[in-house]
Design a binder for this molecule. Structure first.
Ligand code: FAD
Length: 390
């Protein structure tokens, strides 16, 4: 009997344009050539060749691909989402590299930067020659960035930044850091060259998740930058939060890629693994698991596609992205864990991608707003009451 891949069951491909399918094929090709054969080893060693990958992705127009001008590809949100899905089907850490570069660092400069800042940074970042990071989270302030401790004070024509940022993707290798700091006029953003005196980025070690991603702790020790480094139109916390909305959109799609890879692995494994004299895929309990996971994958895909089409036409409201991030990451991690059970002991081996995806998704569940924070965003919309303070 012919078998159908989990995402083909409903012929959802029919909802994509030829151009979108082409972008997906391009991303899938680079992932198959440049990431899949190596990623288990990067994960085990906790090292990833960020510069090489950035150049490779830059050549294909995958960095800041949904932005326009300055060397960016100007692709649709759906095309960007599909690329995120393919990248994360290989590894969430590799998708994070692209999300942080394009949707956080580049987007912040593209949206809030001066023409001079855009000319200085964006073409090189789109090409993957320059790497960016986005410093919002601090050691003591994660879900509640409004209380950030990092300060920027004016000193003549300059700004002096002091404080620290924690858990910053790409920081150990970045050329430019978008740093959010409190000023007398509210939160402001700065495009800080990482070579500036007083700026240091230390690699976060001992991660058990997202190991194929460079994560850093940034120290800002009287980092002096000119006024021209301040993002002129970024006023208040709304600015970094708008960048997060962009990045969360990519995660809505990306998480499904990790889930799809787990499910495809589990289906293939179940078809060849025999116990009690027959393939475990033939057991009803295994089929129930596969069917239920496929339902969630398809529902998540339809949700992502709906959000993508809205993004490309009328735009998205933050709570709509919260619905997508909360649902798709939560379901993806459930799928990864369930697939792990189907692989039995092999499920814990790095020979298969499943536990690596599950472990990665622990980070994805936490960054870009934890599940609880997205529940509160949605809850506030439903009730008109903010429960963030308790
Ligand atoms: P906390 O805010 O301390 O939360 C701890 C727990 O309390 C969570 O379960 C949370 O949901 C819950 N909680 C908090 N407040 C409430 C509330 N009001 N009601 C109910 N529950 C609540 N940050 C960046 O700025 N840039 C990056 O590039 C970046 N990359 C990251 C990469 C990785 C691998 C990881 C793990 C994190 C990264 N982060 C980054 C940080 C990430 O965004 C934060 O970890 C996240 O916002 C949560 O903050 P926290 O870890 O301080 O947890």
């Amino acid at each position: 009997m012919a078998v159908v891949s989990p995402l083909d069951l409903l012929d959802l491909d029919a909802l994509l344009t030829d151009e979108e399918r082409d972008v997906r094929a391009l991303a899938r090709r680079v992932v198959d050539d440049r990431v899949r054969p190596y990623v288990a080893d990067w994960y085990e060693r906790g090292e990833v060749p960020v510069r090489d990958l950035s150049l490779e992705f830059g050549k294909l127009g995958l960095l800041g691909m949904h932005l326009t001008g300055y060397g960016c590809a100007g692709a649709s949100a759906v095309a960007y989402g599909l690329a995120c899905m393919e990248l994360e089907a290989a590894d969430s850490g590799v998708r994070s590299l692209v999300s942080v570069q394009g949707s956080l660092a580049m987007y912040a400069i593209w949206k809030y930067g001066s023409e001079e800042q855009k000319q200085r940074w964006l073409p090189g970042m789109a090409a993957g020659e320059l790497i960016g990071c986005f410093g919002l989270t601090e050691p003591d302030h994660g879900s509640d960035p409004a209380n950030m401790a990092t300060r920027a004070r004016r000193d003549g024509d300059d700004w002096v930044l002091t404080g620290g940022k924690m858990w910053i993707t790409n920081a150990p290798v970045a050329d430019v850091a978008v740093i959010w700091a409190r000023t007398d006029e509210g939160v402001a953003g700065f495009a800080v060259p990482t070579s500036t005196a007083g700026f240091t980025a230390r690699e976060v070690k001992l991660k058990l998740s997202l190991r194929a991603s460079a994560t850093g702790e940034i120290t800002l020790d009287d980092v002096r930058v000119p006024e021209s480094a301040r993002l002129p139109t970024a006023r208040g916390l709304k600015a970094p939060l708008s960048c997060l909305t962009e990045a969360r959109f990519g995660i809505v799609w990306g998480a499904l890629g990790a889930a799809r890879d787990c499910l495809e692995t589990a289906i293939a494994y179940a078809g060849s693994r025999e116990q009690f004299g027959r393939p475990i895929a033939g057991f009803q309990l295994t089929q129930a698991k596969l069917a239920d996971m496929t339902l969630e994958l398809q529902k998540g895909y339809l949700l992502a596609l709906h959000l993508g089409r809205r993004h490309d036409t009328v735009g998205l409201r933050p709570e709509q992205v919260s619905v997508g991030k909360l649902n798709n990451v939560r379901e993806a991690i459930k799928i990864a864990r369930q697939c792990r059970t189907i692989l039995g002991a092999n499920g814990i081996s790095g020979e298969y991608p499943v536990l690596r995806h599950a472990n990665n998704l622990e980070s994805v569940l936490t960054y870009e707003g934890t599940s609880e924070i997205h529940q509160l965003v949605i809850g506030q919309k439903l009730t008109g009451l903010s429960a963030f303070g308790g």
